[in-house]
Ligand binder design. Structure first.
Ligand code: ADP
Length: 927
């Protein structure tokens, strides 16, 4: 066991669950042993060896003032960093851990994004089901989210696991604290790990206990808050309490910036499950990139709090019509007053991130330049008011927003800061120069005496020359000698006797006098006293600012709101967007609508959309790549934007408010991830069928594609009926199953629309125009052609398609050359060997009229080509039965054919496989 300083380090490390410990040793923070190597690896620090009682330990260190950037870098890589500080004791010094910096409590962040710490609590006493993980009883969950960098604190309850995931996805917390039961819940933790970028920290289960958590909430927000804000969910309180305790225990010192507890419930926001948030690419694209997301396109904010708020608005659309109309009024006013808007935005450009500055003031980490930023941002309030006065914005909700904070108090605080802070303060807090003259009498006195002493020294040389008749006299100061009088060698013999020589140089001598030494001591004393007093005064000032944390948050919020509103208005004005007419009706009626993101990069063809109580379900058909998906997403985004309080990309839009937007988007991820996605697809469908209501908007982009055709059609068919008859949600459903279009004849609210193409001259031109009625065919073969599949394959595919359509049957065609009689591949060119009958889903021998030959032993059997997943055994059996009368290659091809899952294989891939098989059979026959 190590002793000495390393022993102390290891002992402290033992007592914390942090990943890394930084221990103060004098002017450095040191890392020892494994921690030194970890830090060296991660941050490129140099490792040296520290000997301690015969053993040697790796050691790395950073100067005291530089810990923050290193700790920040470690925390951003997911480590929790404990910091042990050194303090004086009677017999020397001791050290203790004062803070644990974790991803969710890291104050120093360079990113503008919010940085949430989340706590999740699940119902249950922690008995039997505690150890066993998820027992299928999912929820409800209590949830709390706190952004320690701004003091934002939100709590809610999630009904089930889906809701929980949706909320987590919205906030994307940097750190998650799972409560006692959640800690063993693989499903929830798995979701956190897969879908979020943050880390999971185990935290004292006691902190989640109802009594203790409620106490923490009361302590922080006052006895009444818990009830007054409608926080009657014990689960939510438990989550909130745990966060408060955690923030306190990690020692971030920001508890005081958590001034308000905001509760929200399912009824306030538009339900947007995690899948939908991702599908609609609100803040990042499917590729996981921020560029090209809705936020990216809409973001014209000029401040980071403005950007943060806009992002929050987009991921948390509202249901309250009044609030939305207010926001729309503001956007409309700003959109139509270009000059006033520009002036407002220019003013906002001068604003700093007040919410964050407030948190830094509370935690004691704000320096003079941060307080200057507070001063300058407060100064903007009157400027903002002036920017809208006498403009069309004067009577708009924009002016109301500016009037909201307590401007009297803001003026007061601004005045104090302006009177106190020097304009160009040094970066250190202890050397003086932070504060202005006139701010504090005692300080002024010190400065005055300091200046006087300095003046005395500055004029000393002149006085000495005169008094003693000396030439060549200077007074100066350096590090080793302090202040001295320097006299040229030629006259050095004539100095008065009180001069004491301290140094002889080549051409001069240096002297001091008692008087000079006394002045020097006085100056040092005064400088020290000034530094101390200034620091004290500065701390007081910072505390004063911290005491106004609510005011700062209010003003910060105003800046953010104006910025976000102006951003929406700027985008609306620049892109010809229109104010949506909100209503309580069940309609979404859009004239000349566009996709907000696609329209930025494409010559976009606008389209109308008509959904209402009588026409609530549209089946959208059209060729691949014609624009179905875009059309449906555009509908969802227009709905969403309207409920964000934004203008929408359309000539006009009437938008009936919805309680939720649900999307299920196929193709892309299916192809990318392979088979297992059929399960995912069905889970998503299941969630929609369970969660959507008559007030929801549902977007289905292909359902049932990941399974065999008949399964797929059946599921899509039944889902349509259920959505139409039971759920009654407004629905857009794009499908490649043309069979579904006939549903319009049977279900009263179902209508068909299609994306039109022009097919003249054998070529398909995409028109991007949505028209009433169904298409009569699919265009997969055309895509194969576009993708460069060889001409003969495309021609043959066209032929196959025509025949399937007309005769519902097609023969498998062999190549030229001889072979055994009757078997596959045995005939001459163009000979029909087996026929696939679509209506029976089986191969038949000979022509379309021939009888099925299942079990005949000489041919492919009906089971052999059934394409559902359960057929593999049958496929093998039938292949074995077939082999007897066949050459080896043909039998191999047949086995492969039998094992192909039609529904899981892309058409292009199918075609190329068919071609390969033909080639192999041809080769075999040519031998
Ligand atoms: P589908 O879902 O039918 O396969 P998509 O919606 O993915 O087709 O659209 C294919 C391409 O067509 C997209 O890349 C998009 O840029 C373009 N597109 C779609 N709709 C329009 C439109 N209305 N105007 C212009 N281009 C469009």
């Amino acid at each position: 066991m190590a002793t000495g300083i390393v022993g102390e380090f290891l002992e402290l490390k033992e007592g914390t669950d942090a990943d890394v410990l930084a221990m103060q040793c004098g002017d450095f923070y040191e890392f020892f042993a494994d921690d030194a190597e970890l830090v060296a690896d991660e941050l490129d620090l140099k490792v040296s060896q520290k000997s301690s009682h015969g053993s040697s330990y790796p050691m790395a260190g950073v100067p005291l003032s530089e810990l923050t950037p290193y700790a920040k870098a470690l925390v951003e890589r997911g480590y929790r960093v404990a910091v042990a500080d050194q303090y004086e004791t009677d017999d020397g010094h001791a050290r203790e851990i004062t803070r644990v910096i974790t991803p969710g409590t890291l104050l120093e962040t360079t990113k503008a994004d919010a940085r949430y710490l989340a706590a999740i609590v699940r119902e249950g006493a922690g008995g039997n089901d505690g150890a066993g993980g998820n027992d299928g009883d999912d929820g409800p969950y209590g949830l709390a989210f706190a952004d320690v960098t701004t003091g934002r604190f939100l709590v809610t309850e999630a009904e089930d696991e889906g809701d929980l995931r949706a909320e987590l996805y919205r906030f994307d917390p940097a750190e998650v604290l799972p409560g006692p039961l959640v800690r063993n819940d693989d499903v929830v933790l798995g979701a956190v790990r897969e879908e979020l970028s943050g880390s999971v920290s185990a935290f004292d289960a006691e902190a989640f206990a109802p009594g203790r958590a409620r106490h923490a909430v009361r302590e922080r927000f006052g006895a009444e808050t818990a009830d007054a804000v409608g926080l009657d969910s014990e689960l939510a309180i438990r989550a909130a309490g745990a966060i408060l305790t955690y923030v306190e225990e990690t020692g971030a010192g920001v508890l005081a910036s958590m001034t308000r507890l905001t509760t929200y419930g399912a009824a306030d926001l538009v339900e947007l499950d995690a899948t939908t948030q991702r599908n609609l690419e609100l803040t990042e694209t499917m590729g996981g990139n921020g560029d090209g997301s809705l936020f990216d396109v809409l973001d014209h904010t000029v401040t980071s709090p403005g950007g943060r708020l806009l992002r929050e608005w987009l991921t948390r659309p509202k249901r309250d019509r009044e609030a939305l109309e207010r926001r729309l009024d503001a956007v409309e006013a700003l959109a139509s007053a270009a000059l006033a808007r520009d002036r407002l935005r220019e003013t906002l450009e001068g604003a700093y991130d007040l919410e964050r500055l407030a948190a830094r003031a509370t935690s004691g980490s704000a320096g003079a330049s941060e307080l200057l930023s507070v001063r300058d941002t407060l100064a903007l309030l009157p400027e903002l008011a002036e920017a809208v006065a006498d403009t069309p914005l004067a009577g708009s909700p924009v002016a109301d927003v500016i009037r909201r904070p307590d401007r009297e108090r803001a003026r007061g605080l601004h005045g104090e800061l302006a009177a106190a802070l020097a304009d160009d303060p040094p970066s250190t807090k202890t050397q003086g120069g932070l504060l202005r003259k006139g701010y504090d009498e005692e300080l002024d006195g010190l400065i005055e005496r300091h200046d006087e002493a300095k003046r005395w020294i500055d004029t000393l040389a002149e006085r000495e020359k005169r008094r003693h008749g000396l030439s060549h006299v200077t007074v100066d100061r350096n590090k080793t000698d302090g202040y001295y009088i320097q006299v040229g060698k030629s006259v050095a013999d004539g100095v008065p006797e009180q001069y004491r020589e301290i140094k002889t140089l080549k051409n001069s001598k240096r002297f001091v006098t008692d008087e000079l030494a006394e002045r020097e001591r006085e100056i040092l004393r005064l400088e020290e006293a000034r530094g101390e007093l200034e620091y004290e005064l500065f701390e007081e000032l910072r505390e004063r600012v911290a005491g106004e944390v609510e005011l700062l948050q209010d003003v910060g919020r105003v800046v953010a709101e104006l910025d976000a509103l102006a951003s929406l208005a700027t985008h609306a004005a620049g892109n010809d967007w229109t104010r949506p007419a909100l209503s309580a009706s069940r309609s979404l009626s859009v004239e000349a609508g566009r996709h907000p993101v696609v329209e930025r990069t494409t010559d976009f063809v606008p389209n109308d959309l008509e959904l209402d109580a009588e026409r609530g379900f549209l089946i959208v058909t059209g060729p691949n790549m014609s624009g179905k998906s875009t059309y449906m997403r555009q509908a969802a985004l227009i709905q969403l934007l309207a409920q964000v309080g934004s203008f929408v990309p359309a000539r006009s839009a009437e938008v009936g408010l919805v309680d939720g937007i649900y999307t299920r988007v196929g193709a892309l991820d299916e192809l990318a991830q392979g088979r297992s996605t059929f399960m995912v697809e069905m889970q998503e469908l299941s969630n929609i069928l369970h969660s959507a209501t008559a007030d929801s908007l549902v977007i289905l982009d292909e359902v049932g594609r990941g399974t065999a055709t008949y399964d797929g059609i059946s599921i899509a068919w039944a889902a349509t009926e259920y959505l139409h008859n039971e759920v009654r949600a407004r629905t857009l459903f794009a499908t490649h199953y043309h069979e579904l279009t006939t549903l319009a004849d049977h279900l009263p609210r179902v209508e068909n629309v299609h994306v039109a193409v022009d097919e003249r001259g054998g070529d398909v031109t995409f028109l991007r125009t949505v028209r009433e009625g169904p298409t009569d065919r699919s265009y997969g073969v055309h895509v194969a052609d576009l993708a460069g599949v060889p001409g003969p394959v495309v021609d043959r595919a066209d032929e196959v398609l025509d025949r399937l359509r007309e005769e519902k049957a097609i023969e498998a065609r062999g190549g030229s050359g001889g072979g055994t009689d009757g078997g596959v591949g045995a005939g001459g060119e163009g000979t029909k060997q087996v026929v696939f009958d679509l209506s029976s889903g089986a191969f038949k021998n000979g022509g379309p009229e021939a009888d099925p030959v299942a079990g005949s032993g000489s041919n492919a059997t009906s089971e052999g080509v059934a394409s559902d997943g359960a057929s593999s055994t049958n496929a093998r059996e039938s292949a074995a039965r077939t082999e007897a009368g066949l050459d080896e290659e043909t039998a191999a091809v047949l086995r492969e054919l039998a094992s192909v899952d039609l529904a899981e294989t892309a058409p292009v891939e199918l075609l190329s496989r068919v071609q390969r098989w033909q080639e192999r059979i041809d080769d075999e026959e040519a031998i």
